[in-house]
Design a protein around this ligand. Structure first.
Ligand SMILES: [Zn+2]
Length: 452
């Protein structure tokens, strides 16, 4: 350290720093200097040791530094159905005999959301888009555990009780209640902690929202700014219901109502006509691609075709796992099956789970890569994990062999929120126990005993 060394709050070193910047710089024995919430410097560890006088140093020997992962579509309270719905093959809102969103209390939603946020952070997701009923509970869980999050409500006016038995009944009261929940969320949480928590609008899907409700959301979202999050062409039942109601495909309906544009984050995009793919591509929407969930339902989204048509691709785990590295790997495998060829590569999939996701949700200037001036959101992976050896170019072994369990440390906004795999701001064991207790009560109501 020289006399002229500048003060900073935290200096993180690592065996490898994978910046994912424009040049894909990978620094051997690298370091990141953090001042407040911001990355002040990235470079060789010996150079930064001379240049900076940190209050705290995080010795990353045996660690690999990466930007925090960005997961663009999730519903943490739906953790209640994990392990129980994957073999049924439907999306939760359409499935009878499982705990339904309208059974949850606000405290239940908070307990389950805390479990989901814990798992996400544990697996290296430092930014998540999360929306469900009681969205303020999701915002509170993210705020307390320390993630960066975009939270929205689950706006719909189809009655979920009827939907679970295959009927579409639209209720003005349900629509107004869900709009109010999303509006209250924005009022209370948008911009919390210097923007660490942001809020948006999220109409659930084109079949679970009437045209009038979608028009209302469009008006509110235009006034609010930000993204609009939804499910699009997720299931055949959705496509059939929309065609029966409107004579249009789901993308055509959203286009007619002015919602199909580059602000839209549309999860799934599976059941699309060729003309729908062209329409989605032209609109510049982002597909929130959930390869693991899609595959478990026996479905493959035409991601390569959507990308060739102009759509942006980003990745999500859509609730049932927090492991976005696993989703990267699955996205490659699924498209190779779909195209019967060696399409996609590790670097592209890693970009979908970092930079491209950040850009899609309007955070391209603040997260998604390790660059000076961006928010200090980064993760450290255990470089001594046998899964990460041998390390040659970094990208291949990370995407094809690593897992969320290799993540050891997470930093969000310059604050260490996960250390040695443990939360620093909350009690992870207590979160798991509380979620188990909520699950026992709700599954009993659905007629299933839990085994614990
Ligand atoms: Zn979803």
């Amino acid at each position: 350290m020289t006399e002229q060394a500048r003060p900073c709050d935290l200096l993180v070193t690592a065996d490898l720093v994978m910046t994912l910047d424009d040049k894909d710089r990978v620094l051997r024995n690298g370091a990141i200097a953090i001042a407040g919430r911001t990355i002040a410097d990235v470079g060789p560890a010996d150079v930064l040791a001379e240049r900076w006088r940190p209050i705290e140093t995080l010795d990353g020997r045996g660690r690999i530094a990466l930007p925090g992962l960005v997961n663009v579509h999730n519903h943490t309270p739906l953790m209640i159905t994990r392990g129980m719905i994957e073999d049924i093959g439907f999306a939760p809102m359409y499935t009878p005999g499982i705990p339904q969103g309208h059974w949850l209390s606000e405290d239940d939603a908070f307990a389950l959301s805390s479990l989901g946020m814990y798992e996400l952070l544990r697996a290296g997701c430092t930014t998540v888009v999360d929306y469900y009923r009681y969205p303020s509970s999701c915002a509170r869980a993210a705020a307390e555990i320390g993630l960066r999050a975009v939270i929205a409500g689950r706006v719909h006016d189809a009655d979920p009780a009827a939907l679970a038995t295959g009927r579409y009944e639209y209720s003005r009261a349900i629509g107004e209640r869900s709009l109010k929940e999303n509006a209250d969320l924005i009022e209370r949480w948008n911009g919390h902690d210097e923007g660490r928590i942001r809020c948006d609008w999220a109409p659930h899907a084109p079949d679970t929202c009437s045209d009038d409700l979608l028009r209302e959301v469009k008006k509110l979202a235009d006034a609010h700014g930000g993204n609009v999050h939804t499910h699009l062409s997720q299931l055949p039942v959705e496509v059939e219901a929309v065609e029966e109601r409107t004579g249009l495909t789901p993308p055509q309906l959203l286009d007619k109502l002015g919602l199909l544009n580059d602000r839209l984050i549309a999860a799934h995009c599976i059941h699309l006509e060729r003309s729908d793919i062209e329409l989605c591509g032209r609109s510049g929407l982002t597909v929130a691609h959930a390869p693991i969930g899609n595959a478990k339902g026996g479905r493959i989204a035409p991601i390569m075709e959507l990308r060739e048509a102009g759509a942006r691709i980003a990745l999500c785990t859509d609730t049932f796992s927090g492991d976005l590295i696993e989703a990267m790997r699955w996205s490659i495998a699924m498209q190779r099956i779909n195209r019967q060829g060696n399409v996609l590569d590790a670097r592209t999939a890693l970009g979908w789970g970092t930079r491209d996701g950040a850009e899609a949700i309007g955070m391209g200037d603040s997260v998604g890569s390790l660059e000076v001036g961006k928010r200090a959101d980064l993760i450290l992976l255990n470089n001594r994990s046998p899964s990460l050896a041998p390390m040659v170019d970094g990208f291949g072994v990370l995407v094809h062999s690593a897992s969320g369990h290799d993540v050891d440390t997470a930093i969000v906004d310059g604050r260490i929120v996960l250390s040695g795999g443990r939360l620093t701001l909350a009690d992870g064991d207590a979160i798991v126990a509380r979620a188990q207790s909520v699950a026992e009560t709700l599954w009993q109501r659905a007629g299933r005993q839990t085994i614990l």
